[in-house]
Design a protein around this ligand. Structure first.
Ligand SMILES: [Zn+2]
Length: 631
């Protein structure tokens, strides 16, 4: 069996899987649709920007110095090799899409050659430890990120293998992976930052070499055994406070937690370890049921980049790291494949169209690391931990190359297959060319989604089979113009497709207001404007002069008009008010906050597009006017 063209997650035929992903060459987004345009921007702007910034930030130079046999002179974060690997992965996926991109091919080839030179004779590769502290190799696993970096190298190698590029980088990764298997099969130890687990499983899937899977399973079960010194962050930060299978809730550093869970699902489905899969489901339910923002962001504490308590979801102090949203997307995809449950696809969509889309500027070269839901008037945006606008790079720049690798492989997450036919989870303008029972089928998708809920599909080939179309959780009225049955969150059309047949799926997407769970104290009394999968926000730039964003309130019972603005295909206009205490007191008596007489029409724009017209205050959750809330 060849591994060519497979996407980032490709379970083996023996794995526990309700659904199976299509290969990357079976799905393509049209360049003028939302997702296709995003991929185009990623390829044209984000990826070359990442390649350039790796040089400017010193990450490539670290590897060059290592290759030259130098010592010292390391620049950037000690895990900066991972930025190179994520970019290598992104470039590989992109070359599968656009093999004519000679610039990316050159990057992949020169990086592969560089890695081969930088790699030690025994297979070890880490520029920080080789240049700065060779005696500490494998000695500080709780903090060293050595296996984390190796994991990203492995994932890059899997991408390169599947794209048919980068043979030299692939060989380097295999040698390093073999060294890791040799050492960590014999020695108890694991990395403070999970990532190697999911990477090793995918390398097993790509190569069929069982020791990679066995080690991944071993590393999962070594967690929570006190092998990692907790130091000042505590063991929960590292998800090392309790054995994985006994964990009752997500905790600690969010990206670590979600990468670990992705690895857990991978191990569970390949080893048929259903209790372990149940663990992942349980923790997903905790994360997505009590600790996720309405934008799909995870992580409510800047301190330790961590999950907070259940329902602790402050909008202004949201951390919501971009990498965490991407990790949540990866996790949900794995659980969608394993279970076929629509809730996982719904959460992929929420994150994709809101926090992930919003983390990149429309120029493709500026990014948010933290993704707040409220940027206050007077916010001090001077620190990159919570800037007022997207930055071109960060001192820890894990997010931009993570975005690049996700977006360049995004078409791999849209459609799946099972014995009944094909399932469409994400709607993008484009073409699906696959097979059902070995017979070729083609689906041409035409849609303006997410701006419009009409999805026209022309389906041809394969005899009788079932096309399943996801009905998003936000949608209360979904129809097809041909006979379909509603089942498990999908409209299923079963018919003989030998002759080309058009199916029109209509997902009603009127503007709606979303309320918070009553336990989310931080936004009690507030609502969110939404339409379709998109969460909207109010920006200062759309308010009249002199109106302070925090004084604005909204009437959720008045009609909302749909409009458009420059660069914003759909805006929402709601009835608003301005409310302040009669005297400008910090703590006025109850009843003293009153609406000013002037009515206000609030214009809201998709959160995905905020901060692209003008830097300034923004809020997703808007307080309900006192006339409506009774306060
Ligand atoms: Zn990040």
């Amino acid at each position: 069996m060849t591994d060519a063209h497979h996407g980032p997650v490709h379970p083996t035929p023996d794995a526990v899987a309700t659904l199976r992903p299509l290969s990357l060459d079976e799905v393509g987004f049209a360049p003028d649709g939302f997702l296709g345009a995003w991929q185009h921007r990623n390829a044209a702007s984000t990826l070359p920007h990442c390649v350039r910034m790796l040089d400017e930030a010193g990450a490539m130079d670290n590897l060059r110095r290592t290759a030259a046999g130098d010592s010292g002179g390391f620049r950037n974060m000690w895990f900066a090799d991972s930025d190179v690997y994520k970019t290598l992965e992104a470039a590989s996926w992109q070359l599968a899409l656009t093999p004519e991109r000679e610039d990316l091919r050159a990057f992949v080839d020169t990086t592969g050659a560089l890695l081969a030179k930088a790699q030690d004779d025994d297979g070890y590769l880490n520029s920080h430890f080789t240049l700065v502290a060779p005696e500490k190799r494998w000695q500080e696993l709780h903090w060293s990120h050595e296996l984390y970096c190796a994991g990203h190298l492995v994932q890059a190698a899997v991408a390169a293998t599947r794209a048919g590029v980068g043979a030299e980088a692939v060989a380097v990764a295999r040698r390093f992976a073999d060294l890791i298997v040799e050492r960590f099969s014999a020695v108890d130890g694991t990395d403070g930052h999970p990532e190697i687990e999911t990477a090793l499983v995918e390398l097993y899937r790509s190569t069929g070499h069982r020791p990679y899977l066995d080690l991944a399973g071993r590393l999962v079960d070594l967690r929570g055994r006190g092998l990692l010194p907790a130091e000042r962050f505590g063991p929960g930060y590292l998800q090392d406070h309790v054995p994985v299978r006994e964990a009752a809730e997500v905790t600690g550093h969010v990206v670590r937690q979600l990468y670990l869970l992705a690895g857990i699902v991978d191990v569970a489905v390949e080893t048929h370890d259903l209790p372990l899969l149940d663990t992942a489901v349980r923790l997903w339910e905790d994360a997505f049921g009590t600790k996720m923002y309405v934008t799909g962001a995870h992580g409510s504490r800047h301190r330790d980049e961590a999950y907070g308590d259940p329902y602790e979801l402050p909008p202004d102090r949201a951390y919501g790291e971009t990498c965490a949203a991407i990790a949540g997307f990866h996790l949900s995809w794995r659980l969608l494949l394993a279970t076929g449950e629509v809730r996982y696809a719904d959460e992929m969509e929420r994150a994709l169209y809101n926090v992930i889309a919003g983390s990149t500027a429309i120029d493709g070269t500026h990014f948010f690391y933290s993704n707040p839901l409220h940027l206050r008037t007077g916010h001090d945006g001077s620190h990159e931990d919570a800037p007022s606008q997207r930055l071109s790079w960060y001192s820890c720049s894990c997010c931009p190359p993570n975005l690049a690798r996700l977006v360049s492989s995004l078409h791999g997450y849209a459609v799946t297959t099972d014995d009944s036919g094909l399932q469409m989870h994400l709607y993008g303008d484009g073409v699906v060319r696959s097979t059902v029972d070995g017979v070729p089928v083609e689906i041409t998708v035409v849609t303006q989604y997410p701006w419009d809920g009409r999805v026209t599909l022309v389906v041809e080939g394969g005899g009788e089979w079932t096309l399943a179309l996801r009905v998003p959780g936000w949608c209360t009225e979904a129809t097809t113009d041909v006979e379909s049955t509603s089942d498990g969150g999908y409209l299923r059309v079963t018919r003989d497709w030998t002759r080309a047949t058009e199916v029109v799926l209509t997902l009603a997407m009127p503007p709606r207001f979303v309320a918070p769970h009553p336990r989310i104290d931080a936004v009690r009394g507030c609502v969110v404007l939404a339409r379709g999968p998109l969460v909207y926000c109010v920006e200062q730039t759309d308010l009249p002069d002199g109106v302070v964003l925090e004084d604005v309130r909204v009437d959720p019972f008045a009609p909302v008009a749909v409009g458009a603005a420059e660069g914003v295909p759909v805006t929402l206009r709601a009835a608003g008010a301005i409310e302040r205490p009669g005297a400008d007191e910090l703590y006025p008596p109850v009843g003293a906050i009153v609406p000013l007489p002037a009515a206000l029409t609030l214009t809201a724009v998709p959160y995905a597009l905020w901060g692209n017209r003008e830097a300034g205050p923004m809020r997703v959750w808007v307080p309900v006017s006192s006339a409506r809330s009774g306060t």
